[in-house]
Design a protein around this ligand. Sequence first.
Ligand SMILES: *Cc1c(COP(=O)(O)O)cnc(C)c1O
Length: 386
Amino acid sequence: MDSKPHRSLNLFTPGPVNLSRAALEGLGAPTIHHRMEEFEALYGSFREDLRVAFRCSGEVAVLTTSGTGGMEAAVACLLRSGEKALIPVSGKFSERWANLCGIYGVRPVVVEIGAGLSPGPEEIETNLKTHDVSSVLLTHCETSTAALTDLKAIAEVVREASKRQGREITIIVDCISTFCVDELMMEAWDLDCCISCSQKGLLSPPGLAVVALNQKAMDLLKRNSPKAYYLNLANYVGGNYYPFTPAVNVIKAAYSSLHQILSVGLDNVWRHYKEVSGAISDLLISAGFRPVAKVHGNAVVAFWSASVDPIKLGTMLRQRHGIVIAQGQADLRGRIFRISPLGKNAGDLEALGIALAEILGAFGREIKANSLEHYKKVVGREKVRW
Ligand SMILES: *Cc1c(COP(=O)(O)O)cnc(C)c1O
């Protein structure tokens, strides 16, 4: 039998990703019943670890849905219809906040940000002066372009505006592709609600959304009448009783994987992904490609494909090397390509560099031998092993 069955296709996509070994082991463990004490203990420990990873002291709800279900739960439970929400939109994922608001009667105040750019604190500050919003809905990394948002700086201007105007403003953040990947300090940065899911930085199978709530978000949850049944966050916090049948095996997988991530140390994990995403980015820049994002997150890099057909590039990488990269979405399809280092070990990253050099060479985009050597040296010294 193949000793590494989960590596047969090398996914360099920003979710789903190849499972970590810890996740695979957890997934393979026998299913337990969710009314057994054993499950409640597992769920409690998982939520405790999630609190540590979000750097928050509040509550974390675990929902049986993909990441978008967590976003929807936050809109349905924390916002009230008729209220206004400020939403900087710079791509497919940040746009989702506005779509969700529309469905729940929240009035979106959309600030259009150019593709590849991130909202700046000044833009947020200006808009808070002219619009009486009760919330700001942010996207930590707009995965469709790789652009990273400076949450700390934005939260600061929101808190100042809130003080000046004497009204509460709730900060809700889609951290779906940055959780356990980029630096994220929920409590220190004063974020009220942060959302992620199982199939990105947690290196686990798809199936879970995780929603972290501080005390202010918990108070909103109590104040608001629920507009959702299955996605009512109040059902998932306050104890380890799970209201419905949870994805028990996925919780086991994500718990084992997060345990491994925390044992490596989040600071080390953030540094690791910064190094390796930077190395991939440098390699592509050396071949003459231009990055889409002004500042990229660690979960993905995105490049304008220019004269190279990105769909063909993806097909060749998959057929010849078993490597899967991500394409552009919506109007960016056929114009950009994206590569993610999530869950990759040194050997996978080296194989990526070699494959890119070979295939881009065939497209007339040469990666010079010294650039490839430098790349291999950087990814080869990485000690984190998933
Ligand atoms: C992946 C992703 C989503 C969507 O998550 P699903 O699990 O597919 O629902 C939302 N926002 C961002 C920033 C993402 O990267």
